[in-house]
Structure formats: C-alpha cells, structure tokens
Design a protein around this ligand. Structure first.
Ligand SMILES: [Zn+2]
Length: 475
C-alpha cells in the first residue's frame, strides 16, 4: 500500500516588542531569572492585563505579509490548563476570532511553486520556563507573558521537504519584517507539526499525531520522515493510529508517545472578561500594508534584474535581509556587483558560518569591506592574501590597508623579484620540470603552487604562470 503524508504546521513566533503582551515588564532575553515579572504576568488576584499595541501591530504586519484577511473585530480568550510555568492556570490566547484568517505562502520545492494555505494567525502570551536540575525543577517567569504569534497552516504540505521549505520561507519573511529575531536557540521560533497518512489517490485526513520538541528545521524534517515510516509500517500491518502527541527524541532519532491529544473542548475556552474586544480599522490595515518593507522574493527579483545576478545567486544573497542590505551598501562604494557578490558569497559567508554569526557580527563596515575587495580586484594583493587579510580584519578590527602595509602583503608582480623565486623553485624541483617538458601539463600547476608558497601567497599567480611557461617553453 502506498500512502500520502498530510502535514500541517504550527509556528510560534516571539514578537520582539520591548515589553510583554499584557503588562509593562521587559522582554529582554537572558536576564536574571524572575527579574522581569509583575502582578499581571504572575497572575496575582485583582491585577488587570492591558494589550500591548505594538504586539497587535506586529501581528497585523505578519498577517498582511502572509496574505491573510485581517479581522476587523478580534478578541482574546482564556485557554485553561494547569502547568507549573503558567501562573494564572490559563493562557490568554485567541479562539474563534483570531487576528488573521485565510492567508497563503507560495513555496518553492525542486523548482516548482506550491501554494500552502494559512488557516489562521493568532496572538497569545508565552508561558514561563521550567529548568530541570537533577532532583529539582526551577521555574523562571521572565518569559511568561511575552507576545507570541501562532501561525497555523492548512494541511497542504505533503513531504518533509515541503515542510522545510515552508518554514524556511516563513522565517525569512518574518526576519525581513523585523518583528522577531526568529532565533530557534533562544526559543523565539518554535514549531509543532500534525501528520497523518492517507492512501495514495484518496483525499481527506487520516488519524494524526502531533509532533513536538523539535528544535531546528532539520529536526522537523527528520521527525516527519520518521513519523511517515512509523505510521506507514503500522497501517500496512493492519494497525490503527491513535491520535496523540509525540515528542521528537533528537538523540535517538525517533518520536515517543507523550500523551493522548487533547481537543479544543478540553481547554474550556471563554472570552477573557478583562480584555474587551478590539476593532482594527481599515486605515490601520492599509497603513501597515503600505509600510511593509521589500520582502525576500521581491528583493531577490530586483537584485537579479538590477545587478545581473543569476536566480540562484540572488536567492543566496537575499537569504538574510542583513546580508542583502550589506551587499547593496557595498555596491554604493564599488559598482562591481559580481566581484562583491563573489567575495561575500565565498570567503565572507564561510567566515560567518564557521563563526556562527550574522554579517553584523563581523564588525566590518561595508566601506571597509569594499576597500579590501578593491585591493585584490586591482591586483594589489592576491586572492589568497585577501582571505588572510579578512581574517585579520575580523580579529583586530584594523583596516585592510594597514594590515597589508604592516605585514608587507602587497602582491609581487615585478619580474625581477619573481624571477628570483622562480629560479629557486625550478632548481629544487627538477623532476617536475622534467615532467612538464615530457608533456605532463599539470606539473606546471605544481610549480606554480611552489612559487606561491615560497612567496607566502603574494606572487601574482597570472604573471608567474606566464613566466613559467616562457621559461620552460612550450604549451
Ligand atoms: Zn509583568
């Protein structure tokens, strides 16, 4: 029997407002535990919540960018459950009148565009955080009340790859909007998935499991792949899927049953009497619509057109808004887009990846970066040296010109100096010289490498190659 996976995703995004959703406490991450709390977010009797206007504006901003219908009338509800990190014993959330409904995202997988519908997006407050130590558990309420936007997709996703593409694109849009840092390590972006299988060619939904505890998009992909295997084996063997919540075990690479899945009616939702309903005017919606920044796909298309980048290159450079902005800032000082792109997408990106930082984390201004690009484009230093200079700029914060000057890194192009090095190399490598003369053309690359090594990467490789060919005669 062949099955089709039917997947729906719920993304929880921390909105980066300065204060919490319903009180004035700071949302600063990493502060002393329980230092950012007050009677409202601790649920003291008699305290009253007041909605953070910015949180609502951010929610509308995301809704508009995700092509949702923003509701003109929205309200908050209490979702009841007991958990030690939930001091009120209910969470302020939105039930039947969420801030946004019926949007969509067009994702790209294997060169094909697929539309994933978004069912709803609603605003709610986060819970606190439990910290488990050997035989005790501690609770930190700093996170209790931080505004969250929950974005729920329709079950339009049919493979782990599509889920990955959806989440990556969603994250990119939210980062472009600047309303969340989407940092999964800090828990600013969390994701749950619902998955069921149906027989190929059928429609509808099977009995689903809900997957939780996935800390990266890769984990989501892995957990879904595992679950597809598990469910199809069970169904093929005549088994029955039980509706339940399962936890992703990243070490064991499997999902584990946690509890049978509760339903909406279990939460006893009712309108929060402390928060009157809100109306969102058409003026507010159009104002927010007009102030949306350029979004990833628009930027990608514009950069491709404006600077002659391939679609692939444009996608790479717009994968982060910061990087795309940085690229354009660089071009203000140096119009050679291809050179700047190659430099940023090569050595710079590899520095970012190995250091695990974003471009701002390098502390190199676009002007300083362009100075370095010009140095090797104009032949003052070799590409090899340029990479070394980049490393030193990151380490020391010094300008490229100073590093080159102080370390004598300027490229050697004059024939006199190069001849001396070449003489030495030819003398020390008579075998390779013989090989080359006998027709082994890659011996030339070896000799060139030796010259580069002896010059500490400073010899002009093109001049050296020309000189070597002339000296050795032939091809
Ligand atoms: Zn508070």
């Amino acid at each position: 029997m062949e099955y089709t996976a039917v997947i729906g995703l719920e993304a929880h995004v921390h909105l980066n407002t300065r204060s919490k959703a319903f009180c004035g406490c700071s949302t600063q991450f990493g502060s002393e535990p329980n230092s950012q709390v007050c009677p409202v977010c601790l649920g003291f009797p008699g305290s009253l919540p007041v909605l953070n206007r910015t949180a609502l504006e951010y929610a509308i901003t995301v809704a508009v960018a995700l092509n949702c219908r923003v509701q003109e009338f929205t309200k908050f509800d209490r979702k009841h459950y007991y958990y030690p990190d939930l001091p009120k014993n209910y969470q302020i959330s939105q039930y039947d009148l969420p801030v946004a409904l019926e949007g969509f995202l067009d994702i790209q997988v294997d060169g094909k565009v697929k539309r994933i519908r978004i069912r709803r997006a609603h605003l709610e407050e986060d819970a606190g955080k439990l910290i488990h130590r050997q035989d005790i558990s501690l609770v930190d309420f700093n996170r209790a009340g931080v505004p969250l936007l929950e974005i729920v997709s329709e079950p339009d996703i049919n493979s782990p790859q599509e889920a990955y593409a959806y989440l990556t694109f969603l994250k990119s849009i939210i980062e472009y909007l600047g309303v969340s840092d989407c940092d999964m390590e800090k828990g600013s972006l969390r994701c749950d998935a619902n998955i069921s299988l149906i027989e190929k060619g059928q429609s509808g939904l099977g009995t689903k499991s809900e997957l939780k505890n996935m800390n990266s998009f890769k984990a989501v992909k892995d957990a879904l792949s595992f679950e597809i295997e598990r469910q199809s084996e069970l169904l093929s063997g005549g088994g029955v899927i039980t509706q339940e919540t399962r936890l992703w075990d990243a070490k064991g690479l499997r999902t584990i049953s946690m509890r049978s899945k509760e339903e909406a009616k279990d939460y006893r939702y009712f309108p929060d009497p402390d928060l009157s309903p809100f109306t969102i005017s058409q003026d507010t919606i159009s104002r927010i619509k007009q102030s949306l920044p350029e979004l990833p796909r628009e930027k990608q298309k514009r950069l491709a057109d404006q600077y002659g980048l391939s679609d692939y290159d444009a996608e790479l450079i717009t994968s982060s808004r910061q990087l795309a902005d940085y690229f354009e800032e660089c071009l203000k000082g140096y119009a050679n887009a291809k050179a700047v792109f190659n430099w940023l997408s090569g050595p710079v990106l590899s520095e970012l990846n190995s250091r695990g930082v974003s471009i701002s984390g390098l502390n190199i201004s676009p002007e300083q970066m362009v100075e370095l690009v010009k140095f090797f484009q104009e032949g003052k230093i070799t590409n090899l040296v340029a990479k070394d200079v980049l490393g030193q700029m990151i380490q020391s914060g010094k300008a490229a010109a100073d590093i080159i000057e102080q370390n004598g890194l300027a490229q050697i192009s004059d024939a006199g100096s190069l001849k001396k090095i070449i003489d030495q190399v030819l003398e020390e490598n008579t075998k390779s010289v013989g090989d080359y003369k006998a027709g082994k053309s890659n011996a030339l690359m070896f000799l060139l490498g030796q010259v580069m090594k002896k010059s500490q990467g400073k010899a002009n490789p093109k001049t050296v190659a020309d000189m070597l060919k002339t000296r050795l005669g032939g091809s």
